[in-house]
Design a protein around this ligand. Structure first.
Ligand code: SF4
Length: 329
């Protein structure tokens, strides 16, 4: 499958009290055409900063990309100006967020908000944009679409608002949809409907999806491949079945073990002890070492490098060092 997006050795930093704090440390992954890639990890692992870096959405913050490349089709995004990025955002790469009210303008009617990007990116007249907006609303399962165009976001339920945001995101036929925790704020039943909708649209519109979530149940349901992040680094990458069947990195194992399983007899779930480290005060060596139950002495001294396995999987962990280049200890 052809690669749509290639993120390579991406480094993003923020400035606080005149000090640069690096949040992403050489993040590398790719998304193929028509693929759903899950980006997982606890809060603070760098998932959302990765998606904001791809969109270069740093306005009002001190964030900036300090190194690396983001290749989207034949375009290098890290060197693009803000005006060039505005043409790409919404048209070629669209994003949906956890809380629709952060993207919807509360004082603008749904119709105006939906039609604006359609007019801008697709160059349609008002009448054509209105027809296009109605057809998109129907596509995302919104009943009485022409009436909804005249309503304000607060008049709709949370699930409906999320559908409107998805409608806005897909309205200009993007090739890549970035969904950042798209269902976290919703009830379980609505959650399932929205995930079904994203999956259906991904297939019918032939979009690639970068799904950012801390919910491994959502990953198992939706994704083809998974990238696990910890402390601003990619620590494991695998096909979704392989990842759940045989996780390699102790952090991935911890995440999977902390998900309740049907028929489980335990009173308490296994959780990963401790917290994600403060990016301005990272431990020496492997950043997961203070929480890792399999840590070796070297883990506290040196950071492990990425090891690529035969089947295209990768993992950064000292436990697999003997598998590098077929060296056995
Ligand atoms: S490198 Fe060491 S501390 Fe880090 S995850 Fe692997 S075993 Fe644990």
């Amino acid at each position: 499958m052809e690669k749509l997006l290639q993120v390579e050795k991406l480094e993003t930093e923020f400035t606080k009290d005149k000090q640069k704090i690096k949040i992403l440390h050489g993040v590398t992954f790719s998304i193929k055409k028509g693929e759903v890639l899950g980006l997982v990890g606890e809060s603070g692992s760098g998932k959302s900063i990765t998606s904001l870096s791809i969109m270069k959405l740093f306005k009002g913050t001190s964030g900036e990309i300090s190194a690396g490349k983001i290749q989207f089709r034949d375009q290098e995004l890290t060197t693009k100006s803000e005006s060039d990025m505005r043409k790409i955002r919404g048209k070629q790469i669209a994003m949906i967020f956890q809380e629709p009210m952060t993207s919807l303008n509360p004082v603008m009617k749904i119709g105006e908000q939906l039609m604006e990007p359609i007019r801008l990116h697709l160059g349609l007249t008002d009448k054509q944009a209105r027809q296009h907006a109605i057809s998109i609303l129907k596509k995302v399962g919104i009943p009485r679409a022409d009436e909804i165009l005249h309503e304000f976001p607060h008049q709709l339920s949370g699930g409906m608002r999320q559908r409107i945001m998805i409608a806005m995101a897909i309205s200009c036929n993007p090739q890549l949809l970035i969904a950042d925790e798209p269902t976290t704020a919703l009830d379980v039943t609505i959650q399932a409907q929205i995930l079904d909708l994203i999956k259906k649209l991904q297939k019918t519109e032939d979009m690639s999806v970068l799904l950012i979530t801390h919910d491994l149940g959502v990953v198992a349901e939706m994704c083809d491949r998974v990238v696990v992040m910890y402390a601003g680094r990619v620590v494991e990458e695998a096909d979704v079945f392989e990842l759940f069947e045989s996780p390699k990195h102790p952090y991935t194992k911890g995440l999977i073990n902390s998900v309740p399983k049907l028929g489980q007899q335990k009173d308490r779930l296994d959780s990963i002890k401790g917290n994600v480290p403060d990016p301005s005060n990272l431990p020496k060596g492997c950043k997961f070492a203070p929480r890792c139950i399999e840590a070796l002495p070297i883990c506290f001294q040196e950071e492990p490098a990425e090891i690529i396995f035969e089947n295209g999987r990768s993992c950064s962990c000292w436990l697999y060092e003997q598998e590098r280049g077929g060296i056995h200890v």
